[in-house]
Design a binder for this molecule. Structure first.
Ligand code: LMR
Length: 397
């Protein structure tokens, strides 16, 4: 059986993780995979998470299945965090939410749902986008193509090119959009650009698939979800993939949700029914622990306040690292070549360096970044900023 299999390249980002782990240099720096790190270089368990976890250990009375839709208080909280407590689509009963194994599980289930509803639909992703978007979507049998978004060499968003490409799509195609903290560029649309995009999506009858993986790490919880809330008011249907990996620091617990905003209450029920069937045939039911932690935090005002404060401190710190890295790079280069890092949002920015420079960063300077020269700004401890800036200067030419 297995003799038929051809060797495959490992996932590029996971390969960077492995290369970093194998490097014995004590001064190595990992700016590859997207995890938040504190000043000592550790990805911490958030204090509210630790307390919630302890409470679950003390009080949980069963490990029986949670059910096809997952933890319902968790789903209700994520829906409120994403759309707001008073969103008209929620009030009208047009919204359903299913707990998923991480944001990846949510994107994949959304793609499976689209394939069921309209087989062969094409999904358009930004160029560039997070490398796992294409495999997740094509794995469901959908066609995937790109729309222009950002020029890594100049650090400039190509909004007109994006609109021009989307303008040509036939009704029914899907546009995958990142609500905030765009991965890998850090470059988000401005509110006025979201407005223009909403008008285009409505007029061309395109379905937005919104990826919300970094809520709270850009401009704040509400601001980061604002594009989704607006689109869900203007359009009859929106699909949303939510991840709790970053904003709850629950990476390895695999916690996420897929939210369907539908045309009416009856359709919402049918969408939920299909999502449950799709989940059942893939992994049956979602893992419980991470969602139980989020639900415990959501239901306890003190824990919730603690989580909000921790998240806000993380958000502010990432902004400070951005400013300090841009400053250190400007000092090394003698001009503000990487000034865009300062103004961008979330965990990532693209340096715009060629593959040879990325390879030299790892080989000669023990600084590991993704192959497209994406750096995880949120993974850069303050004490390493100058060292990293010097290394970038040395390889950039
Ligand atoms: C990243 O982009 O680094 C993260 O979202 C981790 C992942 O799964 O790729």
């Amino acid at each position: 059986m297995f003799k038929t299999l051809e060797p495959q390249q490992p996932d590029a980002l996971l390969a960077v993780m492995a290369a970093y782990a194998a490097d014995p240099d004590p001064d190595k720096v990992d700016l590859g995979v997207g995890v938040y790190r504190d000043a000592s270089g550790v990805t911490p368990v958030m204090s509210a998470v630790r307390k919630a976890e302890q409470r679950i250990l003390d009080e949980q009375v069963t490990k029986a299945y949670v059910g096809a839709g997952g933890n319902r208080p968790f789903a209700a909280f994520i829906e409120e965090l994403t759309l707001g407590a008073l969103h008209p689509a929620r009030a009208a009963g047009r919204v359903v939410t299913l707990q998923t194994p991480g944001g990846c599980g949510a994107v994949r289930l959304a793609a499976d749902l689209i394939q069921r509803a309209r087989p062969g639909t094409r999904v358009f992703v930004s160029d560039p986008t997070w490398p796992n978007h294409r495999p997740l979507v094509s794995g469901a049998g959908l066609g995937v193509d790109g729309y222009p978004y950002y020029d890594p060499a100049s650090g400039v968003l190509g909004f007109e090119g994006m609109l021009g490409a989307l303008e040509r799509l036939p009704a029914g195609d899907v546009v995958l959009l990142q609500a905030s903290c765009h991965n890998p560029t850090g470059q988000d649309l401005a509110p006025a650009q979201w407005e223009q995009l909403a008008e285009l999506l409505a007029r061309r009858q395109l379905l937005p698939l919104m990826d919300l993986a970094y809520q709270g790490l850009g401009d704040g919880l509400d601001a980061d979800a604002a594009p989704i809330r607006m689109l869900a008011e203007r359009l009859p249907e929106v699909l949303i993939a939510v991840s709790c990996s970053k904003n709850f620091g629950l990476y390895r617990e695999r916690v996420g949700a897929v939210i369907g905003v539908t045309g009416d209450r009856a359709t919402a029920g049918i969408v939920m029914n299909h999502l449950q069937i799709l989940a059942r045939r893939m992994y049956s039911m979602p893992p419980d622990h991470g969602a139980a932690i989020v639900a415990t935090i959501a239901q306890d005002p003190a824990l919730k306040a603690e989580w909000l404060a921790e998240l806000e401190a993380m958000r502010i710190r990432v902004g400070t690292i951005r400013a300090r890295l841009a400053e250190a790079l400007a000092a090394e280069f003698g001009h503000d070549r990487f000034g865009f890092i300062r103004g961008q949002r979330g965990m990532f920015s693209l340096l715009g360096l060629p593959p040879a420079a990325v390879a030299a960063l790892a080989a000669d300077h023990h600084v590991y970044v993704a192959g497209d020269s994406r750096i995880n700004v949120a993974g850069l401890p303050e004490a390493r900023i100058e060292r990293v800036a010097r290394a970038i200067r040395a390889v950039a030419g």
